[in-house]
Design a protein around this ligand. Structure first.
Ligand code: DOR
Ligand code: ZN
Length: 343
């Protein structure tokens, strides 16, 4: 197959940042995707509908001319989020979900939730309003092994949410383990998951290939090969609960290549190509369009896109770095060649 045409996809989990970084990364996403669920972990976090509306306007202002890209905004859940904010979110038509970060779990999560019970009134309002909850599904207990934090979250925290709020739509974001796949697969239809391209393409060896690889460090961490295979099987299996969420997370080279480097892998420059590579390697290109373009829209109850995009089999070299404000950004596979190219 030399070309592959599919309905224009959406990215159901994306970090766009703000200011100069936003301006640098947004064109990459806008040329591939029709819409993206935009993460609210800015500094300060996007905790209110008013802040989300203002952020949305900054995103629209940074878009290339004639781009039809639509940012879908989210709110950052804190211990102090008022249930009334959910009513505002629902009537705004702009806010499509609320993001739960356990405090301290990852980049800019210090304002996240410290005790789940504090959020019960908000979760109840979300269930009523049918507004999805997006989970960074990892516990932060320093006693728990870093590779087990997702599994322990699924065992201990997730059931508290899904049992108490049985009607709430929940997306377990960026799943990385077999346990996550099993949980989501067995759960009712209102529980879904996003899968990143980097977790489909790499296992944890990639973090230590010939030395420590800061640019392969993300959260949740890459896992063992058996987990990568489980993710691949879930993503390519045609199950509508699993859909594309790149979690492309730009950080400057300075912040990544530091003694205490930041978590995040940048994939927006070639996100759709990375996913195509993973699906092709699994012999499942026939399942690619539904995963990339249909399942997420259906879950979020938004119309499917009508435009098409075409990927061509053409070897091309990823740039070794991209400009990012006064620093640079090292994209996944920097300087290496990819087999698929978006036309
Ligand atoms: O690797 C990650 N980077 N994981 C996250 O959860 C956050 C993200 C970021 O914002 O950089
Ligand atoms: Zn993320």
């Amino acid at each position: 197959m030399q070309t592959f045409t599919l309905t224009r996809p959406d990215d159901w989990h994306l970090h766009l940042r703000d200011g100069a970084a936003l301006a640098a990364v947004l064109p990459h996403t806008a040329r591939q995707f029709a819409r993206a669920i935009v993460m609210p972990n800015l500094r300060p976090p996007v905790t209110t509908v008013e802040l989300a509306e203002a952020y949305r306007r900054r995103i629209l202002a940074a878009l290339p001319a004639n781009s039809g890209f639509e940012p879908l905004m989210t709110l950052y859940l804190t211990d102090n989020t008022a249930p009334g904010e959910i009513t505002l979110a629902q009537s705004s038509g702009r806010v499509h979900a609320v993001k739960y970060y356990p405090a301290g779990a990852t980049t800019n999560s210090d304002s996240g939730v410290t005790r789940l019970e504090r959020c019960f009134p908000v979760l109840e309002a979300m269930e009523q309003a049918d507004l999805p909850l997006l989970l960074h599904g990892e516990v932060t207990d320093p006693e728990v092994d870093v590779f087990d934090r997702e599994k322990v979250f699924i065992d201990t925290v997730l059931p508290q949410i899904t049992q108490r709020f049985a009607g709430l739509r929940v997306v377990l974001e960026h799943v990385t383990t077999r346990e996550a796949v099993q949980y989501v697969t067995a759960a009712p239809a209102n529980i879904a998951a996003t899968v990143t391209a980097h977790h489909l393409l790499m296992n944890r060896n990639a973090m230590f290939q010939g030395g420590i690889r800061a640019h392969h460090y993300c959260l949740p961490l890459l896992k063992r090969e058996a987990h990568r295979r489980a993710l691949l099987q879930a993503a390519t299996g045609g199950n509508p609960k699993f859909f594309l969420g790149s979690d492309s997370a730009p950080h400057s080279r300075r912040d990544k290549e530091a003694p205490c480097g930041h978590a995040g892998i940048y994939t927006a420059h070639a996100a759709i190509e990375f996913y195509a590579e993973a699906f092709e390697a699994a012999g499942a290109l026939d399942k690619f369009e539904a995963f990339a373009s249909f399942h997420g829209a259906d879950f979020y109850r938004l119309p499917r896109n009508s435009e098409k995009i075409t990927l061509r089999r053409e070897s091309w070299q990823v740039q070794s770095s991209l400009a990012l404000g006064d620093d640079e950004l090292v994209p996944l596979r920097a300087g290496e060649r990819l087999a698929w190219r978006l036309q």
